[in-house]
Design a protein around this ligand. Structure first.
Ligand code: AMP
Length: 388
């Protein structure tokens, strides 16, 4: 196809938890509600992934959870299924039952979509999403019309609604932190989460997950949960099977030439190219478009409408190349992406893991190519190589 447009592991001691063993169980064995099983089957999920096998049975009975799961292996479905399974609706007194906090607006949008998809046959369970950058008054009006049982959002906007007295969390049964390490390590988000947390009952179920949970984040996760089941995959297992990883030593000045040569030579479905700044996304995207590559760009400086529109466009395969800052480095699930290019070196090995995890989702084959140009790049890359 032409590419141009014209052309738990249980870590004994440190962790309680489990890493899926060889005994494969099916979704049916998990005794899920029939409407959930029907939606799972419609999504084309034939077997639960390793993390789903390990985590769903604990999560669906209300156990607190800390889950470190390989990127792309279905951790979202763990908390979505576990929540849908447990929600009991009180028609006389509608209240928010489940709150999911996500680190970016795109992730909130995506996670909300998973609740809609897997909750398709439970129409009585309503879900809503709140994030910044869109009209506050419209979101307020939507909430006043109907209180959702499941509320997904970014910490800033949720806190804003909470402070304004527009949402109440005093009957909350479940709180979920997706990409929890990212949110807890960011000081301002951590404060927002703390504020939100204080407005919730102490009896709720806490579920926290990420592809990477550093020691700091892990400590906080333990502090805010109660006897959490910790399902943890160690670093050596975090490298993605089915993902070929390459690097190229290249002069900064030669990067563009190298990139266009690669894009011409490699057979790709969709490519994500990561750069280090907003300015570089715009500039590189322009060059790619001028060279007739079907490319778009995304960064946090765009309006929310633009961000979501471009996200949708790429997800629906209307563009084949996405140039992005780290904004799309985490969690974003684009199933057709099979190549990730680090045009600029990620800041840390964690960022690397998250970025390359965009390719080779759910067991498909993928490739990651990293450009190494400066001395600083070499140092970071050595750390990446020794870790993975
Ligand atoms: P996640 O790691 O949660 O971002 O999920 C990665 C992708 O895998 C998403 O597109 C999910 O819809 C998909 N997925 C989740 N669970 C399964 C499953 N059991 N079988 C097949 N695909 C799945």
């Amino acid at each position: 196809m032409p590419r141009r447009q014209t052309k738990t592991q249980r870590k004994k001691g440190a962790f309680r938890g489990s890493y899926a063993g060889a005994n494969t169980i099916s979704f049916k064995d998990m005794l899920l509600k029939e409407p959930i099983l029907r939606a799972i089957s419609e999504c084309g999920f034939e077997h639960p992934s390793e993390v789903q096998q390990s985590a769903i049975s604990f999560a669906m009975v209300g156990q607190d959870m800390i889950v470190q799961a390989k990127s792309g292996m279905g951790k979202t479905a763990v908390f979505v299924i576990a929540s849908l399974q447990q929600i009991e609706i009180d028609e006389d007194e509608p209240a928010i039952d489940t709150l999911v906090l996500c680190h970016s607006r795109e992730m909130a949008f995506q996670v909300h979509g998973e609740f809609e998809r897997l909750g398709k046959y439970l129409p009585e369970i309503k879900s809503g999403v709140l994030y910044g950058g869109v009209n506050f008054a419209e979101q307020k009006a939507d909430l006043e019309k109907e209180i959702p049982h499941i509320l997904v959002g970014t910490p800033g906007r949720i806190q804003h609604f909470l402070k304004a007295g527009l949402i109440k969390l005093d009957s909350l049964k479940r709180m979920i932190l997706d990409e929890c390490d990212d949110m807890l390590e960011d000081k301002s988000m951590r404060r927002q989460i703390q504020d939100i947390f204080k407005a919730t009952p102490s009896t709720k179920q806490m579920m926290m997950c990420s592809a990477t949970i550093g020691s700091n984040a892990r400590k906080i996760c333990r502090q805010i949960s109660n006897m959490a089941e910790e399902i943890f995959i160690d670093d050596s297992k975090l490298t993605l099977h089915g993902l070929q990883q390459h690097y190229i030593d290249v002069d900064e000045k030669e990067k563009i030439k190298q990139l266009t040569t690669l894009l011409d030579k490699i057979d790709f479905n969709q490519v994500m190219i990561f750069v280090k700044s907003k300015e570089r996304t715009t500039a590189l995207n322009k060059i790619l478009q001028e060279s007739s590559f079907p490319s778009i760009f995304l960064h946090g400086g765009l309006t929310q409408e633009e961000r979501l529109e471009r996200y949708r466009k790429f997800k629906e395969f209307e563009a084949r190349v996405l140039v992005s800052t780290n904004l799309c480095g985490r969690g974003v699930d684009m199933e057709k992406v099979n190549i990730v290019i680090n045009f600029d070196m990620p800041r840390t090995s964690n960022d690397y893991l998250h970025r390359v995890g965009r390719a080779g989702r759910f067991g498909t084959k993928g490739m990651a190519i990293t450009f190494v140009s400066s001395e600083k790049d070499k140092e970071t890359f050595e750390e990446i190589q020794s870790r993975f």
